[in-house]
Write a protein that binds this ligand. Sequence first.
Ligand SMILES: [Zn+2]
Ligand SMILES: [Zn+2]
Ligand SMILES: [Zn+2]
Length: 148
Amino acid sequence: MNIALFRNLFREKKLSLSHPRLLTYQELSNAVSPLSSLELYQNLLKKSKKIGLTSIYRSLGLFESLGIVFKITNGSSVKYKLCELENHHHHIICKACGNVVELNFCDISDWSKKVTEVTGYQVVDHQLNFFGFCKACIPLQRSQSAER
Ligand SMILES: [Zn+2]
Ligand SMILES: [Zn+2]
Ligand SMILES: [Zn+2]
């Protein structure tokens, strides 16, 4: 999501675009790979930006609830990636290197129908993550399993 859309979203939702929120957004948009709140904090400190870890943490929580960032939990590590796609979408995460790719399609209407059939619920939302190995990590996985 680019800065113009980001600003628009905050305006639409009547949320204030505070300094910590803007800094957190900017740092995430500069990142080449997903970052933890501590890494974001350290990056901003290096640039002599005045921001507290708690503010970053809170901003990330807000971004996540707005669907702007994707939270990647791997054991005890939690990292965040700024979403490029603006509308509803899904992600696939590499189990080896943690790379994330956004999927610009969602084809689960049959599944939703089935859920309604079985439960009687009206489905209004869903979350779905895919996990696997990226192209770079597949050969490494193969050689690792060959060693065993
Ligand atoms: Zn995303
Ligand atoms: Zn990988
Ligand atoms: Zn979907």
